[in-house]
Design a protein around this ligand. Structure first.
Ligand code: SF4
Length: 305
């Protein structure tokens, strides 16, 4: 990470958010090059290498610049966007008339924005299906939002199951500042990750047992919680153990908190993402609509868009 000046005044930059991790750094994109925002609560004048390379997405030859369609088992072929959209609408309408709206499931990728999540809700309502889920929900735990400055000013910090330099570089940067200010940092992790070298203590635990370290917290200690804990089945235990304590949940995706807290999750009677995939494999869902970044040729769920 390196603080830099703004791009040349002749280039009008566009402000956006880095899509690569849950930190949510603010970028200025100018002429296909990314620059960090200097007065922003997260980026604070610096990006990690992924953020600095974000402009390369705009120049990638693999960037999707057209609609594509694929018949079952066939290759993806370039197609006219308006024609493909009209065909998708016709086919969805036909399926809904023959089998009902509940035969359609909608599954969003982990990378959707809050606005796209809102569009999904409206699409599900229009189709008449309760089956709507997004991978943004996976691993998310509700903890009240805590500003990054709280890390820098903490006297004691426990990092629970997180490899910060890989998953949350901006949080790792604040932990380093806290160490510089004399904070005592404890890492609870199954292996030696990069920042354990600056920590006062590294408690080695088996994967899936990180939450057991929460029995020995000082009053006022700040706990940084990785989504890995929820993914390994410790979510409820961690939320209970940290009730009333200072804790920060480290989201995996930039829009995760916004999407989940806005209410995009299975409604009563709706299937979760995994249940939708099982239902599709068993033929109980006629069709799935997937929004994702890749144009992979291996997806076995039958998409219509
Ligand atoms: S810390 Fe995360 S959000 Fe910030 S530049 Fe790096 S990958 Fe992007």
């Amino acid at each position: 990470m390196t603080a830099v000046g703004l791009p040349p005044a002749s280039v009008r930059p566009a402000a956006t958010v880095c899509p690569f991790c849950g930190s949510g750094c603010s970028l200025l994109l100018a002429g296909g090059t990314a620059f960090p925002r200097r007065r922003h609560a997260v980026s604070d004048g610096a990006l990690c290498l992924r953020g600095w390379s974000a402009g390369e997405l705009l120049r990638s030859p693999r960037r999707v610049s057209s609609a594509y369609r694929r018949d079952r088992g066939g290759p993806l072929v370039r197609a006219d966007g308006e024609a493909v959209l009209a065909e998708a609408v016709d086919r969805l309408r036909g399926i809904r008339e023959r089998r009902g709206g509940a035969s359609i499931g909608i599954l969003g990728s982990a990378r959707i924005t809050v606005e796209e999540a809102g569009i999904f809700v409206r699409l599900a309502q229009a189709l008449g299906t309760p089956h709507l889920d997004t991978l943004q929900r996976i691993g998310y735990q509700h903890f009240p939002a805590v500003p990054l400055e709280a890390i820098e000013n903490a006297r004691r910090i426990t990092v629970l199951g997180a490899n910060l330099t890989v998953r949350q570089p901006q949080v790792g940067r604040r932990v380093l500042r806290a160490v510089d200010r004399g904070a005592r940092v404890r890492f609870v992790h199954s292996r030696r990750v990069q920042l354990t070298s600056v920590a006062a203590e590294h408690e080695v635990v088996l994967p899936g047992h990180e939450a057991e370290a929460l029995t020995s917290l000082d009053p006022g200690e700040l706990v940084l919680v990785s989504s890995e804990l929820a993914l390994s089945g410790q979510g409820t235990e961690v939320v209970r153990a940290l009730e009333g304590r200072r804790a920060m949940f480290l989201t995996d995706y930039a829009n995760q908190r916004g999407v989940v807290e806005a209410g995009l999750h299975p409604v009563d009677g709706g299937l979760s993402a995994w249940e939708m995939l099982e239902a599709a494999a068993a033929g109980r869902l006629a069709v799935g609509s997937i929004r994702c970044w890749g144009r992979c040729s291996r997806c076995w769920w039958r998409p219509v868009m």
